[in-house]
Design a protein around this ligand. Structure first.
Ligand code: SAM
Length: 217
């Protein structure tokens, strides 16, 4: 018979360091968040105006909204004439989005961008606009940016909107660090950045034209 080795505080800390899967990587975490009625920064008219100016959406284009939440922006894109799929890994919020919005060019699908196999409908060079709004902080960034580059057409656009970590109070979700945001444009033909609040606490980066080179991590 073997005697179990007692866990020390140090050992527990080491285990935690080896398996650092944050709670936000689990769909159940987000089911709870949405079940509580939590609201996120709404899509303002200003944000929509800047989004239009920089991503240049057009009728007939294809768009995906990664981590679409309640589906508001995906629905707007469909109304603008884009064939749009909103993906989220929270079953609860995908159901809510599908029940809230119905449009012939819009659908919602359950998918985990970190752990799921790539859906068949996300074929290489098949997407014009990828939306990543208030989600990048929760994704496996290296995988996501590699996947997006594959899905986008040569002139395709990735829209990232995120809180800036350094400019947030010490709450649970502080967004993406400035250093990472600054590096997002590596390997893209065109990068545009603009802030969505006066002190730069929330920022948008529009990346156009994935190039055949380096992928930021
Ligand atoms: C802060 S909310 C933002 C929702 C929406 N994009 C918005 O702007 O209101 C983050 C969303 O990302 C989703 N999410 C987080 N990690 C995900 C993953 N690995 N795959 C798919 N969705 C994910 C969550 O379920 C949640 O709906």
């Amino acid at each position: 018979m073997t005697t179990p080795i007692p866990r020390t505080e140090q050992g527990a800390a080491r285990d935690a360091a080896v398996t650092p899967v944050p709670p936000t990587h689990h769909p159940g975490y987000w089911d709870d968040v949405f079940a509580k009625g939590t609201q996120f920064r709404p899509v303002s008219e200003d944000e929509l105006g800047w989004f239009r100016a920089h991503t240049r959406p057009a009728t007939g284009m294809t768009a995906i909204d990664v981590g679409c939440g309640r589906g508001d922006l995906a629905h707007t894109l469909a109304e603008w004439g884009l064939h749009t799929t909103g993906y989220d890994f929270s079953p609860l919020v995908v159901k809510e989005a599908a029940e809230t919005y119905s449009h012939p060019r819009l659908r919602y699908r359950e998918h985990d961008f970190n752990a799921g196999a790539i859906p068949n409908d996300l074929a290489p060079e098949s997407v014009d606009i990828v939306v990543c709004r208030l989600v990048l902080a929760f994704l496996d960034r290296a995988r996501f940016l590699t996947d997006v580059r594959r899905w986008l057409r040569p002139d395709g656009v990735l829209y990232v909107m995120t809180p800036v970590y350094e400019k947030q109070p010490e709450t649970a979700h502080r967004g993406v660090r400035e250093e990472v945001i600054a590096g997002l444009g590596d390997g893209w033909a065109e990068t545009t950045r603009y802030d969505l609040c006066d002190d730069g606490c929330v920022t948008a980066v529009v990346l156009r034209g994935p190039q055949d080179c380096c992928v930021p991590t």
